[in-house]
Design a protein around this ligand. Sequence first.
Ligand SMILES: CC(C)(COP(=O)(O)OP(=O)(O)OC[C@H]1O[C@@H](n2cnc3c(N)ncnc32)[C@H](O)[C@@H]1OP(=O)(O)O)[C@@H](O)C(=O)NCCC(=O)NCCS
Length: 173
Amino acid sequence: MCTTLCGAGVWRAAQDAVSVPSARMIELRAVDIADLDALYAQMSDPVSSALAAVPSRERSAFDAHWAKIMSNPGTTLATIVADGKVAGHCVCFGEASARDIGYWIDRACWGRGYGSEALRLFLEQLPDRPLKATVAAHNPASMRVLEKNGFTRVGEPVVEDDGVTVVHFELVA
Ligand SMILES: CC(C)(COP(=O)(O)OP(=O)(O)OC[C@H]1O[C@@H](n2cnc3c(N)ncnc32)[C@H](O)[C@@H]1OP(=O)(O)O)[C@@H](O)C(=O)NCCC(=O)NCCS
């Protein structure tokens, strides 16, 4: 499973929206409570959930989880906005020596470069290194997003307790 999506935080108010000077018009901004309906829909999509190997939550559990992670000062969250709409989110969480990274794009927006660009923008704002990511081995798009942003594979694929084979990645600089 993708452990990077089990926690999160808040895009700091000091980190203003970052516009991308391209036709894609992606920006990252702080997660607003009003974004949660869209984020819930995106993370409830069964195709997305299967690709990420992250089980969907019921709405009440989702809301409780996001209330917790949005109030956690040790984590960082950002909403991805494309063409004025909530297109996904990025997250970084965990201990300082081993921070995890994650991201999720609305399936309707896949294949437009949003995942790659959103992670690039997110990393620009994160001083933390090293960063880790754990990706299901059946998720080549996510592995490509990581590799395009400088992450490298660590070791061989590992079968986790839930039976999902995962690949570990690291960004050291
Ligand atoms: C993984 C995910 C973030 C990719 O988002 P995206 O916006 O479609 O990504 P991009 O458009 O930036 O494309 C990423 C790269 O993957 C490549 N790719 C896509 N599908 C692929 C496949 N089946 N095999 C190999 N490469 C693939 C694309 O060609 C692109 O590479 P390129 O720029 O060299 O051509 C998106 O599918 C998603 O949110 N999935 C559900 C949640 C998830 O898996 N999160 C990550 C958990 S670790």
